[in-house]
Design a binder for this molecule. Structure first.
Ligand code: C2E
Ligand code: CA
Ligand code: CA
Ligand code: CA
Length: 278
């Protein structure tokens, strides 16, 4: 469909060319990023709402390329998914996150829960239970301290094989959370068939909780739904005291967001936990 004659529609506009170029540049750098040790993890504290103590952390991936600089995960994670690079990256980060969580126990932070994000492709194309089992073996971390965050989109198109894979993760003793809950269009009935322990309320609802009564009622419904199914509920993207109170008053179990702390480098996270207890 590229008839570039005079007056005809040109499929490849100059701006699309530039974008495609930037993208292939990024892909090239991404394919070497593991070898060059360009990834790191940051840790965002997850707060227990009733007690106010740090209950754990979510590990979030960071990429600092030596030429381009820092690249946003919203930009490179989808690209890594398409390229299949998310598979080796996922192996790397599972081990790195377990290693850090194990180190907390030797430095006075103590046993805290670590949440790891897994993309749909990682679940579909690898044995995530086996990846996790190896990381646990290698580090000595207890599976009971690990939460695997999956997306609603994984569940949406999932067959029995995906369910079995997630059940194996759970059989190890790890916990499964549904990330960005409420943004997908999966039917609620899937919750019955999926081994899910935690719902994470998407931050778009939290952001509007006090301004928009529909968002407020959605949050209340998600908390009620989660609790009625014996799940814990996490509020994400909590930025203000008012949002924190809104969630706490409605029985939301855990929260994370800039109100408490942004994601922190490993060392800063340890300091945050120790200072929060002082
Ligand atoms: P997510 O899993 O929903 O992660 C939460 C995102 O919200 C993080 O962005 C975090 O920095 C940001 N955030 C935390 N608190 C607040 C707040 O109070 N307000 C606002 N506006 N944002 C807040 P980040 O680190 O840029 O990650 C973006 C997305 O990239 C993640 O969304 C996840 O989908 C993906 N991602 C990040 N790390 C990984 C990873 O290790 N593996 C995979 N598969 N995906 C990852
Ligand atoms: Ca290359
Ligand atoms: Ca997440
Ligand atoms: Ca999320």
């Amino acid at each position: 469909a590229k008839l570039a004659g005079r007056g005809t529609f040109r499929f490849f506009t100059p701006t699309m060319d530039a974008r495609a170029q930037a993208r292939s540049r990024l892909a090239g750098e991404l394919s070497d990023a593991l070898e060059h040790d360009e990834f790191s993890l940051v840790y965002q504290p997850v707060i227990d709402m009733a007690s106010g103590v740090v209950a754990g952390a979510e590990a979030l991936l960071r990429w600092q390329n030596r030429y381009i600089g820092a690249i946003n995960p919203e930009q490179f994670v989808p690209l890594a998914e398409e390229m299949g690079m998310i598979l080796p990256i996922g192996e790397w980060l599972t081990l790195a996150a377990c290693r850090e969580a194990m180190a907390w126990q030797g430095c006075g932070v103590g046993p805290l829960r670590i949440a790891i994000n897994v993309s749909p492709r990682q679940v579909q194309q690898t044995d995530i239970a086996e990846t996790l089992r190896r990381a646990l073996d290698e580090t000595g971390l207890s599976a009971s301290l690990v939460t695997v965050e999956i997306t609603e989109s994984l569940i949406l198109g999932a067959g029995a094989e995906v369910v079995r894979k997630l059940e194996r993760v759970r059989d190890l003793g790890a916990t499964i959370a549904v990330d960005d809950f409420g943004t997908g269009y999966a039917s609620l009935s899937y919750l019955k068939h999926f081994p899910v322990d935690v719902l994470k309320i998407d931050r778009s609802f939290v952001a509007e909780a006090l301004a928009n009564s529909e968002d407020a009622r959605l949050i209340e419904a998600i908390i009620a739904l989660g609790h009625s199914l014996g799940m814990k509920v996490v509020g994400e993207g909590v930025e203000t005291f008012e949002q924190q109170m809104f969630l706490a008053e409605r029985g939301c179990d855990l929260a994370q967001g800039y109100r408490f702390s942004p994601p922190l480098a490993a060392e800063r996270f340890r300091e945050f936990v120790l200072q929060s207890r002082a």
